[in-house]
Design a protein around this ligand. Structure first.
Ligand code: GDP
Length: 195
């Protein structure tokens, strides 16, 4: 799980700009402020590869991060940003449809949810969006350091139930502060890539 190479290849505004390497792609989605940038940075052991949210919801691009020339993390702009206009939300939707309906490199969707809270309507829609396109999903519950161990099972059940999670999909707890879950997620991703 030591990462030697990780860099942003492109912030794509249109499909013509998607990378042409043909590497497997893992999409990362979650509401603004869920800890997605921190997740990416922790996974690749960088402080600032993915910018932590200065301007939540502002970007309308897919950010492709090349990891070890083996895979791309595809960072989707955070959703559920209260101030996003309808026009902006529509653009977001179109970008997602464009990507999901045609991208053969896509092998896995990661949905980041806050371990402390019941998933929002947006989280549920995002999970259903993945399932609509038949994408296997890892649900990653962030900020697990904020929840006492004795409450972990309870929070896990609440999240799985709210999402009506497919038994084939995996669930992880994760903390970018303690790095809990990093090894488990990499082990699962590595196994998934070999399939
Ligand atoms: P993004 O908007 O989803 O990219 O979220 P960020 O990675 O920028 O994180 C949003 C906020 O949550 C920041 O204040 C982070 O310090 C905090 N945060 C991120 N990960 C964790 C975590 O694992 N534990 C705790 N306690 N806070 C976190």
């Amino acid at each position: 799980n030591k990462i030697n190479y990780a860099d942003i290849t492109i912030s794509a505004v249109s499909p013509s700009q998607y990378p042409k390497e043909g590497l497997p792609e893992i999409v990362l989605a979650g509401r603004s402020n869920v800890g997605k940038s921190s997740f990416i940075n922790t996974m690749v052991n960088r402080k600032n590869l993915a910018r932590t949210s200065g301007q939540p919801g502002k970007t309308r691009t897919l950010n492709f991060f090349n990891i070890e020339n083996e895979l791309f993390f595809v960072d989707v702009p955070g959703y559920g940003y209260a101030k996003a206009s309808n026009a902006e939300q529509e653009k977001w939707g179109r970008m997602m449809e464009d990507y999901f309906s045609s991208r053969e490199e896509l092998i896995l969707g990661i949905l980041l949810v806050d371990f402390r809270h019941e998933p929002s309507e947006h989280d549920i829609l995002m999970y259903d969006f993945y399932k609509h396109f038949n994408v296997p999903v890892y649900v990653i519950a962030t900020k697990s350091d904020k929840i006492k161990k004795s409450k972990h099972n309870k929070h896990e059940s609440i999240i799985k139930k709210a999402l009506d999670i497919d038994p084939e999909d995996k669930f992880f707890t994760f903390s970018s502060f303690t790095r809990e879950g990093r090894g488990n997620v990499w082990d699962a991703l590595s196994a998934h890539l070999l399939k």
